[in-house]
Each structure stands twice: as structure tokens, then as C-alpha cells.
Write a new protein. Structure first.
Length: 201
């Protein structure tokens, strides 16, 4: 297994990877409602077709109108070439752990990424593929923490995988996989807020 953590603007060898997973969160810093982490993954060979057939541009969810964001979510959910995972952290849980939000968010990202990898277990040559994992930078040390927790999950399933982990500032503007993850996170958070009767259009 190869692990790389680096904060950089570009990955020059993008096409050398087989599968990409992007993760992002929604609700960080909000006064009400849960924090949600979304992860989205697809084979890089399928990426152009996935993006080209989307009803709207896949981009940072914060920069999309709610209706367009929901339409893209539905498209991604129905696309057989797209895998996704979401994890929810309740407001109560956040309030019970003051000062630990960065740590908890990193652990949720690692879990969401791992759940996508689990879904790939039955893919031929699953253990021989090269994986690119990209996340949005939240704080110093964020990438190392995601990596450590992800390694623990992989070890629990005896998964020995070849992956590189990269963390980017404003990554949801730079990588479509992170943008897609942010759409899953934001739409799920909006749904949760509606259930709590605190949603405002």
C-alpha cells in the first residue's frame, strides 16, 4: 500500500489512477442541524461520460441553486457507475464534544471513503486497482488523521490497497469527485434540516 499526503494544487499523474473517491462536508459552523459528510467515487475511465451527461455542471454544492443541486444528486444516485456514502453527525453529538469537531469530521470522512471501498470488494481485481482519494482541507493535520482512521478500517477488513491520499484547500472547486461528495453532503443535510423543521428556503 502506498500512502501520500501532500497539499498541492494539482496531481500531474491523475490518469495513472483507476478509481477516484472525493469527500467533503456540509454544515460545519452552522448554528442548527447536523454535520454531514458525503463521499462519491467512480472509475476515472468513466468520469468524462458521467460529467458530460449530468443535467447541470457538477461543482461545489455551495455555488449551486437548490433545484439544480437536487437534480444533479438524483442523476448521480441513479447512475450505475457512481458510488456514494454519507455519514451524519448530530448537533447533540457535536455539542457533547467541544473542541473535537475537526477530529470527528476527519473520522467521518475516513468512514465514508471506506464504505465506498467496501462496495468495490466484488469488482474484479479490486485489490490490484490504484485508488486516488481526495478531500477538502479543513485544518492542519486533517489529511494525516483521515489517513490513520482509514488505515484502521482497511486493516479491520484485511484490505491491502494501493492508494494515494491528497488534501486540497478549496478542493471542492478543483476536483469533480470532491464536488460530487459535497453535493451528497449538502442535499442530505438539507433533508435532515427539513425533518427537524428548521429548514428555511
Amino acid at each position: 500500500m502506498q500512502e501520500i499526503f501532500q497539499e498541492t494544487e494539482f496531481i500531474s499523474s491523475y490518469d495513472t489512477y483507476d478509481f477516484v473517491i472525493g469527500a467533503d462536508e456540509a454544515g460545519r459552523g452552522c448554528l442548527l442541524g447536523p454535520l454531514v459528510v458525503g463521499a462519491c467515487g467512480f472509475f476515472i475511465s468513466k468520469q468524462c461520460a458521467i460529467l458530460a451527461n449530468s443535467p447541470h455542471e457538477v461543482r461545489d454544492s455551495k455555488k449551486m441553486m437548490p433545484q439544480k443541486r437536487q437534480e444533479v444528486l438524483t442523476y448521480l444516485q441513479e447512475n450505475v457507475n457512481v458510488l456514494s456514502s454519507t455519514c451524519i453527525m448530530s448537533a447533540e453529538f457535536i455539542n457533547e464534544r467541544p473542541g473535537l469537531l475537526n477530529v470527528d469530521t476527519a473520522e467521518m470522512e475516513a468512514l465514508s471513503i471506506f464504505e465506498i471501498l467496501e462496495k468495490l470488494e466484488n469488482v474484479p481485481n479490486f485489490r490490484e486497482l490504484k485508488y486516488l482519494i481526495v478531500t477538502d482541507a479543513l485544518s492542519g493535520g486533517h489529511g494525516q488523521h483521515v489517513l490513520r482512521v482509514l488505515q484502521e478500517h482497511l486493516k479491520s477488513k484485511d484490505f491491502s490497497l494501493n492508494f494515494d491520499l491528497h488534501v486540497f484547500k478549496k478542493g471542492d472547486d478543483k476536483f469533480k469527485a470532491i464536488s460530487a461528495g459535497s453535493i451528497f453532503a449538502k442535499c442530505e443535510r438539507d433533508r435532515q434540516c427539513k425533518l427537524l423543521n428548521i429548514y428555511k428556503s
